[in-house]
Design a protein around this ligand. Structure first.
Ligand code: PHB
Length: 389
């Protein structure tokens, strides 16, 4: 049984609150460990998630569910081989109460194993590894983003509706890419298409040339791609430079063009993707969020910022329901499961496996924006294959 680590309990245990005013002062602090990539191809994603999380905390006057928040940070470098050591820095060294992370599916899988063993609450603000809300699902593991299957599947629905018959896929050969391709293939082939070839390269390589040559030779009707961050910028530019943009439509999970458009410029124009967020969701909630984010960070938010913001909202909502009593874990998780969050993306509810049930939009790149042109699949839930809670 994991010991609650709230400073309040530590102080009470030594019966010294009155003698040590510092204890009383830090009485209700909750330690949040941010394990995110701050270097490498996903660095901008990690920063956006942290910004989003901090923005919500500051909107609540620096508190979640009545607790002041104390942050601890580790740069996970999107490096699975270092993940267990990194997560243990937060759990054993810093004694955090809550883990928030990460972006990379392989790193998140290692985090989830440690979270399960130690009973630490883990909120995943991006990584889509299907297993996190599948075979690895647990009462203390939550996700405010998506499963890799979800945007892949939604993109497959759109590609089939457009009447494409022959597709190729291209991605990094790790869970995020291969699971997105599986989702795409499932929907595309259900809709009458065929994925004739899957191309991969190791994460985070960006030497796309040989693979682009193969696409040009095979001439499919459409290409499905999963790339994100710095790798997505380079891929979209290389696809255009290889002369493929005009001849073979490029589609992808929306990460291909999210938070990347300024760098991709003309090469990204017209790309159609599917995702659970888009820049022009015209609701008061999204407008207020975007304005506040822009003023605070001098840059526009993207899907990653939204997911980080909602990780803080989910924690706040659960804690508020248990009147801030973090030791009441069963009640806390029950409340988190029942909550519907007013996310900038729209209403956000959670499946029994703790994954978002959400609309997947059809988006098209226009200028520096991913603009909604329709809904690919409303209220799409991950099938949660293998989850036994
Ligand atoms: C992942 O590794 O799960 C991942 C990374 C970046 C994304 C989406 C998914 O944009």
């Amino acid at each position: 049984m994991k010991k609650p680590r709230l400073a309040l309990l530590a102080c009470a245990a030594v019966m010294a609150v009155a003698a040590f005013p510092a204890c009383a002062q830090s009485a209700s602090k909750l330690k949040v460990g941010l394990m995110l990539p701050y270097t490498g191809t996903y660095a901008s994603l990690g920063n956006a998630i942290e910004n989003g999380f901090r923005l919500y905390v500051s909107e609540q006057g620096g508190k979640l569910g009545g607790h002041e928040i104390e942050f601890y940070k580790v740069d996970d470098e999107s490096e699975p081989s270092k993940a267990t050591d990194n997560v243990n820095k937060l759990i054993k060294r810093d004694q955090v109460d809550v883990l928030v992370g990460t972006v990379h599916s392989g790193v998140a899988l290692a985090m989830a194993k440690v979270a399960k063993e130690t009973g630490t609450l883990l909120i995943v603000p991006n990584a889509g590894a299907d297993a996190l809300t599948g075979p690895l699902c647990a009462k203390n593991i939550w996700r405010t983003s998506f499963s890799n299957w979800q945007p892949g599947y939604a993109t497959g629905v759109i590609a089939a509706q457009k009447g494409y018959k022959k597709a190729m896929s291209i991605t990094w050969g790790y869970a995020a890419g291969t699971e997105a391709v599986k989702g795409f293939t499932e929907a595309f082939e259900k809709g009458g298409g065929k994925v004739v070839k899957d191309l991969t390269l190791p994460f985070p390589n960006v030497e796309f040339q040989a693979l682009l040559t193969e696409i040009a030779a095979q001439k499919p009707d459409v290409v499905f791609a999963f790339f994100a961050g710095g790798g997505a910028v380079k891929f979209v530019k290389d696809y255009d430079a290889a002369g493929l943009r005009k001849s073979i439509p490029l589609m992808g999970s929306g990460f291909l063009t999210d938070g990347t458009l300024e760098a991709q410029g003309a090469s990204a124009q017209g790309i159609v993707t599917s995702l659970h967020y888009a820049d022009n969701i015209e609701t008061p909630r999204n407008t207020a969020f975007r304005n506040k984010y822009a003023v605070t960070y001098k840059t526009m938010p993207d899907v990653y910022a939204v997911q980080g913001y909602d990780a803080a909202q989910l924690l706040h909502s659960g804690l508020t329901a248990v009147k801030g009593d973090f030791s009441k874990k069963d009640e806390l998780y029950y409340a988190m499961g029942k909550t519907t969050i007013a996310s900038p993306r729209g209403k956000l509810a959670f499946s029994a496996a703790h994954n978002p049930i959400q609309d997947f939009y059809i988006r098209e790149v226009k200028g520096n924006y991913n603009v909604i042109t329709g809904v690919a699949v409303p209220a799409l839930a991950d099938p949660a294959r293998g989850c036994k809670m």
